[in-house]
Design a protein. Structure first.
Length: 103
């Protein structure tokens, strides 16, 4: 991946567009998207998983810059278009830890 690759994340649980933006890797994109959606919840990282049975985490796509940046999370046309982009895989958090558990 090039630095500044443009990613789109689709939440595997909701099926909604979770985050769109630039990152240096799919793992970093997932961390950014997760942090924005879940303040106070800090996973130790993200890893690619081979199973389609995973229902939490993100489907990660490479998308053109600017195309989906302003799409609503539940925009069915945008979600379908993202799903038609380059699919990189399914990613889930590694050993999630809540801030409350860090005491």
């Amino acid at each position: 991946m090039e630095a500044g690759t443009h990613f789109a994340l689709i939440d595997r649980y909701s099926g909604f567009l979770a985050w769109v933006g630039d990152a240096s890797s799919p793992e970093i994109a997932c961390a950014i998207g997760h942090a924005e959606a879940n303040p106070g919840h800090i996973p130790k990282g993200f890893e690619r998983v081979p199973s389609s049975s995973v229902d939490a985490g993100f489907d990660v796509y490479v998308v053109p810059a600017g195309v989906f940046d302003d799409a609503e999370h539940d925009d069915a046309k945008a979600i379908a278009a993202v799903r038609g982009s380059v699919f990189l895989g399914m990613y889930q958090s590694v050993a999630p830890a809540d801030l409350a558990d860090a005491d």
